[in-house]
Design a protein around this ligand. Structure first.
Ligand SMILES: Cc1cc2nc3c(=O)[nH]c(=O)nc-3n(C[C@H](O)[C@H](O)[C@H](O)COP(=O)(O)OP(=O)(O)OC[C@H]3O[C@@H](n4cnc5c(N)ncnc54)[C@H](O)[C@@H]3O)c2cc1C
Length: 416
């Protein structure tokens, strides 16, 4: 790094401008930190959506983002789970209604590109936040500062890096933080569908032997009143075959797979094919680095937990860093960031293992496993208190929620 290289200074460098990175950058800037967020914003439609639950919506509301997203999303009021494994002892249908836990909806479903674009537009107008649309090429951790260089040669120096640069995180690797990775014999096919019958704000999961096939409600568009998004886990061979189908043939296969639940279907535009993998970082923080989102944890898209978990990372990190700053401590010190590690470890481990178990139980064509899975779903279906506890845990996890996710979020301090 030559001495003539212009250097940008910030309290915090957020690596990555995906949904988690942008959300963290906005929340940290809102909390009064100076933030540089480095990453390329991907505004392309990719045929996939994100279901965000109550705690995430509270976070978005607290940051003034939900007001911009509400009209672009569809509420999820009910969730149906149907055993389509063809197992000898098939599980009963499980039906969850948000009204049972006092909510009008579990959350809302929004197109991935719409969410990212809304976050990016908000970030661009956010005081104290600089969005640098470039990739990081190098990150060096010094005693008091981290210096990162972008592909275009810009240098950013900060007290802390928030690594939100995805599963192959450069910021994590350069910090020497290790991660455990694994894969599943599955690919998730995603697409946006229109259909004849209304979805009635119900998300329906068909549990098949290769994984769930899920229809999630989408908002209506002019001329297309009934729309849903598809997340269908299948074998890599089936994914390859379906990659070759035209829109009409694919829509017919989806309609058959979901027992024509929503009538004839049509699809068009981008489709996504995501090989399924898992990743768990051994530590969530180190010297001048904190990991959030898929830089910290990756698991298959069952029960729509990934970004919801990532937004809890963001909100918890804001609490820890605000407390450290207000207490006059170094926000990048290992001791400070230990509090973040402690706050997040349990939630992340619990979700990663839970999703892994549920996914593997579908893939295993073994009678005792089918019985256990069936018994679990039977218990959810029949035992009201258990069903309500599971619903609450899915949308507003137990324990102390970060301040930005509490029912009455803290009021923003108004600068004098
Ligand atoms: C099919 C599917 C459906 C899903 N559905 C849901 C759902 O309904 N609800 C839910 O909560 N979650 C869902 N998820 C999970 C969710 O998509 C992820 O948790 C979330 O997108 C992760 O966001 P992220 O910002 O951490 O990672 P990413 O979206 O991977 O973003 C990482 C960013 O870092 C950037 N980057 C990488 N390297 C560098 C570098 N060197 N310099 C700068 N930037 C870099 C990348 O370009 C990217 O923009 C789903 C996932 C899949 C695959």
């Amino acid at each position: 790094m030559g001495s003539s290289t212009p250097e940008t200074r910030a309290d915090i460098l957020v690596a990555g401008a995906g949904a988690a990175g942008l959300a963290a950058a906005i929340a940290l800037a809102d909390a009064g930190f100076s933030v540089a967020c480095v990453g390329r914003v991907d505004r392309r439609a990719n045929g996939r959506t994100l279901a965000l639950f109550e705690a995430s919506l509270r976070f978005l509301k607290a940051l003034g983002l939900w007001q911009k997203l509400r009209a672009k999303s569809a509420p999820i009021e009910k969730i149906r789970m149907i055993d389509a494994t063809g197992a000898l002892l098939s599980a009963p249908e499980a039906f969850f209604a948000a009204s049972e836990i006092g909510l009008s909806a579990f959350g809302a479903n929004v197109e991935n590109d719409v969410l990212v674009e809304t976050l990016a537009d908000h970030a661009e107008a956010c005081p104290g936040l600089q969005l640098v649309e470039d990739l990081l090429e190098d990150v060096r951790y010094g005693a008091d500062l981290v210096r990162a260089t972008t592909a275009a040669g810009k240098v950013v120096a900060a007290k802390l890096v928030v690594a939100a640069d995805g599963r192959a995180s450069l910021a994590r690797t350069k910090a020497g933080l290790s991660a455990r990775t694994w894969s599943y014999p599955q690919v998730a096919l995603t697409a946006l569908l229109s259909h004849e019958k209304p979805h009635r704000n119900i998300s329906t999961e068909f549990h098949t032997r290769s994984g769930p096939c899920t229809l999630v409600p989408l908002r209506p568009l002019e001329g297309t009143p009934h729309r849903s998004s598809l997340v269908w886990l299948m074998t890599p061979e089936e994914a390859e075959r379906r990659r070759g189908l035209d829109d009409e043939a694919l829509a017919d296969e989806v309609a058959r797979q979901v027992d024509h639940l929503l009538g004839p279907m049509a699809t068009g535009g981008a489709r996504g094919f995501f090989p399924m993998a898992g990743m768990s970082a051994d530590k969530l923080a180190g010297h001048r680095i904190a990991l959030i989102g898929e830089a910290a944890h990756v698991f298959p898209p069952l029960a729509a937990q990934g970004l919801n978990l990532s937004l809890r990372d963001c909100a918890a990190l804001v609490d820890v860093l605000e407390d450290a700053r207000d207490g006059g401590e170094d926000i990048g010190a290992v001791r400070t960031l230990g509090a973040y590690q402690r706050a997040r470890r349990h939630d992340i481990t619990w979700r990663t293992n839970g999703i892994d178990l549920l996914n593997r139980s579908l893939l295993m064509d073994v009678v005792p496993v089918d019985i256990l899975r069936g018994a679990g779903l039977f218990a959810f279906a029949m035992i009201g208190p258990l069903r309500r506890a599971i619903m609450r845990e899915g949308v507003v996890p137990h324990g102390t929620l970060p301040r930005l996710m509490q029912k009455r979020p803290r009021l923003r301090a108004v600068p004098p």
